[in-house]
Design a protein around this ligand. Sequence first.
Ligand SMILES: NC(=O)c1ccc[n+]([C@@H]2O[C@H](COP(=O)([O-])OP(=O)(O)OC[C@H]3O[C@@H](n4cnc5c(N)ncnc54)[C@H](OP(=O)(O)O)[C@@H]3O)[C@@H](O)[C@H]2O)c1
Length: 261
Amino acid sequence: MPNQFAIVTGGSAGIGLEIARLLARDSYDLLISGSSDKVYEAAAELSKAGVNVTPVQSDLSTPSGTQLLLDAATSSGRAIDLLILNAGIATGGAAFVDMPIEKHLQLIGLNTVSPVMTAHAIVPQMIAKGQGRVMLVSSLSALSPTPFEGVYGPSKAFLTSFGHGLREELAGTGVQITIFQPGATATQFHARAGMHKTEFGDNTWKDNPADVARQAYEALLRGDNVVPGDNGILAQKEAELRSLPEEEKARRHAKRTKPSL
Ligand SMILES: NC(=O)c1ccc[n+]([C@@H]2O[C@H](COP(=O)([O-])OP(=O)(O)OC[C@H]3O[C@@H](n4cnc5c(N)ncnc54)[C@H](OP(=O)(O)O)[C@@H]3O)[C@@H](O)[C@H]2O)c1
């Protein structure tokens, strides 16, 4: 029996790499992507589990970069059993108007356009096969405005809403959509976003990426709809976010993300 095949965007680092490690352990052949040459190092590590790993270095914030990933998936000749749409960035450390528009557009391209384009290309193959699992890596930030983080929260609200709609459309096709909404996780994510001078500059209080990935992976295999991260604090935070008015959430978020001088 050949191995199953999974694609993990942003599989070269952070949460995506941890999910890819779990998949490699469970004998999935993998196609992983990253924007930097770290993706080759990650592929070399993952292949030590005895699985076939194809690295794709591509900037998914552009449609042509996403097309490169889709072309690599097609060239593999493999049916895709599992698709993890995880690559994403935040932008922080400044107010919306003080960040260049290119940064906002890059984020929208990576966090929203790329997963839509990839799902649109791959889900039909899964429908034709009558099976497949897709995970959209959103965020707890989908539930709140995110002042001083540009359009990050809105991009994740889009992704979560997109996932709920697609899940409903796909009911009965054998194709499952799972939306993953982790809280703050100790990766390079916030440092890359330029949030050093905020509460998020400190990684010590955040969730462990390996734990977060395990929760996500187990929920994906169970077929859960939304994965909030199951530790008590996060569940409590999610309940709180759902009950607060938007302007209060915005005020609270700004206290955590407004950079100190
Ligand atoms: N960390 C958190 O606190 C947190 C919380 C909630 C949700 N999330 C979500 O979880 C996902 C993964 O985040 P993470 O914490 O694992 O981040 P991370 O450690 O920074 O890893 C991000 C991954 O995405 C890739 N990537 C970044 N920009 C890209 C681009 N333009 N084109 C293609 N690939 C690109 C990176 O590849 P390179 O390194 O090669 O660029 C890397 O593999 C994101 O969607 C994020 O929004 C994270």
